[in-house]
Design a protein around this ligand. Structure first.
Ligand SMILES: [Zn+2]
Length: 170
């Protein structure tokens, strides 16, 4: 990405895997079990990368938003959901421990991009019979907040926010 490109929210990291392993029969539901074989992950952040051919993927993509910006619930309702089969590509994302759920989405938050770089999105569900799993434990987190007036003066109501996040991410 160029230095002048803007995103409302981003989670980034460097990635030097602690371990790379071949895994079979992995899905969103059992990814925790797979990863927990190699490291205790209940109390740490983990950066995850899964590459290979996916038997099934359910992904969603929001549309581009213009000012005045719609609420995240509106964006959520109008997004495109795709279910695709036998697609090669990479899942990347983070594992966030439950007790950090107010800082990020607890559990796995994964995004997909296919090998042609044409299809991608937020992963709702996935299944793969044979893939490569790479992961790196993350011991530190840095949060950078927006500096603009609009953000500084925004009245962020925690209860509303929690409801919205629950609705959108689960
Ligand atoms: Zn996402």
């Amino acid at each position: 990405m160029g230095n002048d490109e803007l995103l409302p929210f981003v989670q980034i990291t460097t990635f030097q895997p602690d371990k790379v392993v071949d895994i079979t029969a992995v899905s969103k539901n059992n990814l925790y079990t797979h990863l927990a074989q190699y490291l205790p992950l209940d109390n740490v952040f983990v950066a995850v990368k899964i590459s290979g051919c996916f038997d099934k993927l359910k992904i969603r993509r929001p549309f581009v938003q213009q000012k005045p910006y719609p609420s995240v619930v509106k964006v959520f309702e109008q997004q495109v959901v795709d279910t695709v089969e036998d697609v090669s590509g990479t899942l990347i994302g983070f594992w966030t421990p439950e007790f950090f759920k107010e800082l990020s989405v607890a559990g796995f938050h994964l995004h997909f991009i296919d090998t042609t770089r044409k299809l991608g999105g937020h992963v709702i569900d996935f299944m793969a019979s044979k893939t490569e799993l790479a992961f790196e434990r993350k011991q530190a987190v840095e949060i950078v907040l927006p500096e603009d007036e609009e953000y500084l003066r925004k009245n962020l109501k925690m209860d509303d926010l929690n409801n919205v996040i629950k609705q959108v991410e689960n």
